[in-house]
Write a protein that binds this ligand. Structure first.
Ligand SMILES: CC(C)(COP(=O)(O)OP(=O)(O)OC[C@H]1O[C@@H](n2cnc3c(N)ncnc32)[C@H](O)[C@@H]1OP(=O)(O)O)[C@@H](O)C(=O)NCCC(=O)NCCS
Length: 236
């Protein structure tokens, strides 16, 4: 049996990352292309979210690669997926934002995608555009509360998979069909390479995180803030 790759997952609140630091000072620590990308967001809350995500990603990679925070050589594909040259880091990483929550996942082997989804925030009307017939039948069989949970879970799984592959969410999402494994927080995907494996975790209040990898994996929680850091929260 293949040894599962370890996926590290860090979930943090935006304010745990930004703390009470001066935003201009934090921005100044980033390369120009990151500053430009964050600066393109107009609303302050979006800028804070993107800044915190960028800092989190750099922190994770500086730990994974073993280089200085400001020297992490992050590039982006034409579709916007961040990556690092495989000679520098043979593994993979991915980031997701949901409101004030951020998740970054990284692994030393293979591809990884992560997505956060809010329970009760994905509408059933949207499901018909992203879910397979089998998934819709499953959702229809559920009462309101478990249905909201299942919908967020399916959404996060599809996003995590498409983000791992690097294409982003598309209509092809309907061709992916997830089925829960009985008694396990894991899912099987039909309609794609069977080597892919998936996990779902409760990441934050009313928020699920899905992880997709192109091989067996186990998830380990990681923290990218000092434990003694102040937790001043501002709802976005
Ligand atoms: C990328 C995408 C999946 C993001 O999904 P989302 O649920 O709205 O947002 P999330 O917070 O979960 O993920 C965003 C993060 O994923 C990463 N990301 C961006 N593009 C990505 C892609 N194509 N694949 C994987 N990850 C991507 C980035 O780190 C991004 O955050 P950042 O820009 O602050 O660094 C979605 O916007 C999408 O489908 N985009 C389509 C991209 C595309 O194909 N464009 C066509 C251009 S030719």
């Amino acid at each position: 049996m293949e040894i599962p790759t370890v996926v590290y997952l860090a979930v943090h609140h935006v304010e745990d990352i930004l703390q009470d630091r001066d935003l201009k000072q934090l921005m100044a620590e980033l390369p120009q292309h990151d500053r430009d990308r964050i600066g393109r967001f107009r609303r302050p809350r979006d800028q804070r979210q993107r800044l915190a995500g960028t800092l989190l990603l750099r922190r994770a990679l500086s730990r994974a690669i073993g280089c200085d925070f400001e020297n992490v050589p992050i590039q982006r594909t034409t579709r916007g997926r961040p990556f690092v040259d495989s000679l520098v880091y043979p593994g993979d990483f991915n980031l997701s934002h949901h409101g004030a929550w951020l998740a970054v996942a990284w692994t030393a082997h293979g591809r990884v995608g992560v997505d956060l989804a809010g329970i009760g925030q994905v509408r059933l009307k949207v499901a018909q555009y992203v879910c397979s017939n089998e998934e819709i039948a499953y959702l229809d069989s559920l009462a309101e509360e478990p249905q909201a949970q299942a919908l967020a879970t399916l959404w996060a799984l599809k996003e995590a998979y498409t983000k791992a592959v690097g294409f982003g969410m598309s209509r092809q999402a309907q061709q992916l069909s997830f089925r829960p494994k009985v008694g396990q927080p894991q899912f099987t995907l039909f309609g794609a390479d069977p080597a892919w494996t998936f996990s779902v975790l409760e990441a934050a209040p009313a928020t699920v995180a899905a992880i997709a990898t192109d091989r067996p994996h186990q998830v380990r929680s990681a923290s990218l803030t000092p434990l003694e850091s102040p937790r001043v929260r501002v709802d976005l």
